[in-house]
Design a protein around this ligand. Structure first.
Ligand code: HEM
Length: 397
């Protein structure tokens, strides 16, 4: 690991983030220079300090996802039922309490662990042959396998093309989300629902046919109706697909350009800490939104119902500096990229499993070996920043 390499890796990733939404992100970054909490006319109240941001997330009396300005209106017409993303209060807590034990590391490992490990091994196998490998297409295929497994597909029996088609449709839903949007238009809702048709059909089949080892069946066993299962899984797909696809190639860029694998030092690092540091730098969900339930203050700014609160996790995490796997994580930022409080990401164990398995495979098999980035193409105009192509090659040292 070299300081120069780590700096370059950070710079590359900041560029990826910038290109995803150049105007919006530059604007909020500029506004954040006026203070940790800033009112932006017609947009909302921007919070960019980690401590204040966390305190808003923990304060469910005054701030909510379902109050006007929150995200619930955005997702409600697509979920058409309880799906965490569109809920708050007692109903949300009740559902979260039931779902959290079902999405713990052990259950997920049983459901998708082998699929994830197989995908990570395939990536490493191809790299070890010295080929030029597009990391993005590998991660997309892994995400497609995970999404389809969650929805009840038998992925051993399903062609790769079909898995990738379903992935494409699922991730396409995020194209309707913009920082300035509070609701989807009726024709967008119609398009989104029709794009989810095959996945919904598969969920329904797995539910009705009692297909064991599928999430629809697991949820059925815990007393959820078919409509509830469909809403819950749709929410998991919306929230969980693009985030991992955004993060993993960016994380691999950080590891390669920062010479983390090549230096051989990564073998001595705590891999969980390394994964955390990668997420702190990339922050796949750059902004969280809340509405205001009752008049309150955030920092020195008074807010009232109708205001929209933009919690800019990406800016808060940036304040701790560039990518540096040796630096201890500031306590206030720990897991902030997964949110905090009652809405803490329920997919965190799944995301960590995917990231950790890929990281383990790369570090265990390639420690001390030299990687080069051969080609990269950055996605533009998306809420979650990322690459559409990242070709790397492992060269004999
Ligand atoms: C690196 C990957 C991921 C990141 C950075 C991430 C980030 C987040 C964040 C920041 C929140 C909280 C949003 C808020 O409070 O407004 C959240 C919630 C959520 N995430 Fe994730 N997520 C990731 C992966 C996943 C995965 C893999 C799934 C599911 C398979 C998932 C499902 C959800 C759901 C359903 C919620 C709503 C939870 C609630 O409201 O109680 N996420 N995620």
């Amino acid at each position: 690991m070299t300081n120069q390499g780590l700096r370059r890796a950070t710079k590359n990733d900041r560029w990826v983030s910038f290109l995803s939404r150049p105007l919006e992100l530059s604007f909020i970054r500029w506004m954040s220079t006026f203070g940790p909490v800033v009112r932006i006319p017609f947009i909302g109240i921007l919070v960019s300090d980690g401590n204040i941001l966390r305190s808003v997330l923990m304060d469910t009396q005054n701030f909510s996802k379902t109050a006007p300005g929150g995200t619930s209106d955005l997702w409600d017409p697509i979920l058409r039922g309880p799906g965490l993303l569109n809920m708050s209060g007692v109903d949300h807590l009740e559902l979260k309490r039931k779902l959290t034990p079902l999405f713990n590391g052990k259950v997920l490992d049983e459901m998708v662990g082998d699929t994830i490990r197989r995908s990570a091994r395939q990536l490493a196998d191809q790299l070890s042959s010295g080929e030029k490998v597009d990391v993005v297409s590998h991660i997309e295929l892994m995400a497609a396998r995970v999404v389809c497994t969650l929805s009840g597909y038998d992925i051993a029996e399903t062609e790769e093309r079909e898995l990738l088609l379903q992935l494409d449709r699922a991730r396409g839903l995020l194209r309707f989300v913009k920082l300035t949007r509070k609701q989807m238009l009726p024709h967008e809702v119609k398009t989104a629902i029709s794009e989810l048709e095959s996945i919904h059909l598969r969920i329904s089949e797995a539910y009705e046919r009692n297909q064991v080892a599928t999430i629809p069946y697991l949820l059925k066993q815990h007393g959820f109706s078919k409509d509830e299962v469909t809403s819950i899984i749709t929410a998991l797909i919306i929230a969980g697909t693009e985030t991992v696809i955004s993060h993993l190639p960016r994380f691999i860029q950080l590891l390669v350009t920062g010479r983390v694998i090549e230096s051989g030092e990564a073998k001595d690092l705590d891999l969980d800490e390394l994964v955390q540091e990668g997420l702190r730098v990339t922050v796949p969900t750059p902004v969280m939104l809340r509405g205001v339930v009752s008049p309150a203050t955030i920092g020195k700014v008074s807010v009232k119902p109708g205001d929209r609160i933009l919690l800019a996790t990406t800016l808060a995490c940036r304040r701790a500096g560039g990518f540096d796997p040796m630096r201890p994580m500031p306590k206030v930022l720990r897991n902030l990229w997964f949110g905090a409080g009652v809405h803490l990401c329920i997919g965190m164990p799944l995301a960590q499993l995917e990231i950790l398995e890929v990281t383990k495979e790369l570090i265990n098999r390639f420690s001390g070996k030299k990687f080069t980035i051969i080609e990269s193409k950055i996605r533009k105009g998306t809420l979650t920043a990322g690459y559409s192509k990242l070709v790397i090659q492992c060269r004999p040292s």
